[in-house]
Design a protein around this ligand. Sequence first.
Ligand SMILES: NC(=O)c1ccc[n+]([C@@H]2O[C@H](COP(=O)([O-])OP(=O)(O)OC[C@H]3O[C@@H](n4cnc5c(N)ncnc54)[C@H](O)[C@@H]3O)[C@@H](O)[C@H]2O)c1
Length: 124
Amino acid sequence: MPEGIVRVGLIGCGGIAPAHLDAYQLNEKARVVGVMDVDESRAAALAKSAGATPYTDYLQMIEKERLDAVSLLTPPSSHREIAEHVLAAGVHLFAEKPLAWTAAEGQAMAEAARRAETRRCRHS
Ligand SMILES: NC(=O)c1ccc[n+]([C@@H]2O[C@H](COP(=O)([O-])OP(=O)(O)OC[C@H]3O[C@@H](n4cnc5c(N)ncnc54)[C@H](O)[C@@H]3O)[C@@H](O)[C@H]2O)c1
């Protein structure tokens, strides 16, 4: 893959996922290389149209695909847990709205993003 391309993964392959895929495909600096869903058949179907690799484990996808960023497209009740793991792995995160199920969960996600940014600044 050419230098400077952002390697993207999609977490959640439901109703909104094709819109994210379309947007990334219009951006020559981004490439969707992995898609993940707890429902294997949904991941497989989206992977086919994306030309990406399907996963049922997002941490495995992050590691194997050396992701730079993910779109988080699961139901809001799962956003906090997934976001904390993604950010701890040093990967940029775009989360669908609503950000989280409760304000406290949203605040925890924002805090996890700040911690990730602090680590990134220390290492750059
Ligand atoms: N569909 C829309 O038009 C729309 C618009 C605005 C915002 N959103 C937001 O986008 C997000 C997704 O919405 P949707 O309509 O695509 O939902 P959806 O129910 O169609 O799809 C969600 C997908 O996530 C998968 N999933 C559930 N829990 C998971 C987990 N823990 N790990 C991995 N995969 C998991 C499900 O199997 C499913 O395929 C939500 O936050 C929603 O509020 C959707």
